[in-house]
Design a protein around this ligand. Sequence first.
Ligand SMILES: [Zn+2]
Length: 373
Amino acid sequence: MARRWLSVFESDLPRLCADLENLVRLESPSGEALLVSGLAQWVCDRLQERGVAAELRHCSPAGDALLAAVAPREGGTLLLGHLDTVWPRGTLASMPWSLDGGRATGPGVFDMKAGVAMGMAVLAAMARETRPSPVSLLLVPDEETGSDHSRGLLLSVARGHRQVLVLEPSQDGAAKVARKGAGVFTVRFHGRAAHAGLEPEKGASALAEMARFVVFVEGRCEPGTGTTLVPTLARAGSADNVVPERSEVTVDARAWTRDEAERATEAIRGYRCVDPGVTVQVEGGFDRPPLQPTPAAERLYERARRLSAELGFELGAARVGGGSDGNFTAAAGIPTLDGLGAVGGGAHARGEHVLISELPRRTALVAALCTRE
Ligand SMILES: [Zn+2]
């Protein structure tokens, strides 16, 4: 079954490459709603031409999402991806599309326009089947900035699907079976200002308290758990001769498991100021839950491994620190396998590239996973 899909996508490869070129040439930076929506419209038009039901869904102010489906019914597969890239408008001028020696380059080619092209190819091929398997494709406009405006749509679409395949890039060819949960805490301290020269003892330094907090929070990362709490931005004070009344620090927080995320959250929220004249206030927290392996997700990965062996390659399993929308669907209890998109490298970097020769079998793997045995 997997090998039949392979021959389909071997013959579809020229069109897949042409789609990829167009996807890269249509720049779609996060936050540029008009550009991102323009790309959503382009994908929508192409899918409709190829016999796939497709529509746009507004995710204001981020732009439009693309939702498409073939033979939709309860228990189908959701292919998940994003339209936006981290590259600002105009990047194409210094990092143009190119296809040379089997490597495609250009802004967003690996993360994740190749995955978008793969998803389009799977739906178009499925629509040509006499008895198609149910498969949907959702491409959100704002994944790179946290999917704040598409999360509700994502969760409501994902419900009713038996599995989610995330077309984010692979990790050196491996699928992503675990992703850390992530979030940002903003911690504010409020002390008492005083003249730093005349009567500093009357002040209560929000800066000194923040410094103690930074040391405290670094000590809460237990080695071996993989939990990281990294103070990243800080500011304090109002003038060079005043005991600082206010200070603020942000903490980048990541954890492999929900338990660890909770432990880290409790540690930060449980901080007590050493100086009785200073108060602390904590905002934020983990907003992307961890993508933790579950028995159902492990079965999904095992099936993917079996199918990839039929296709002539070995599908590794990677655990990665960065999050994706797969974190949300996994936390909602839907078996999720991530990193099923392109093989290549350099995500978010100038060397971003995709290996074209890998596209047919990787796309065949996604189609085979959508097909019931
Ligand atoms: Zn991505």
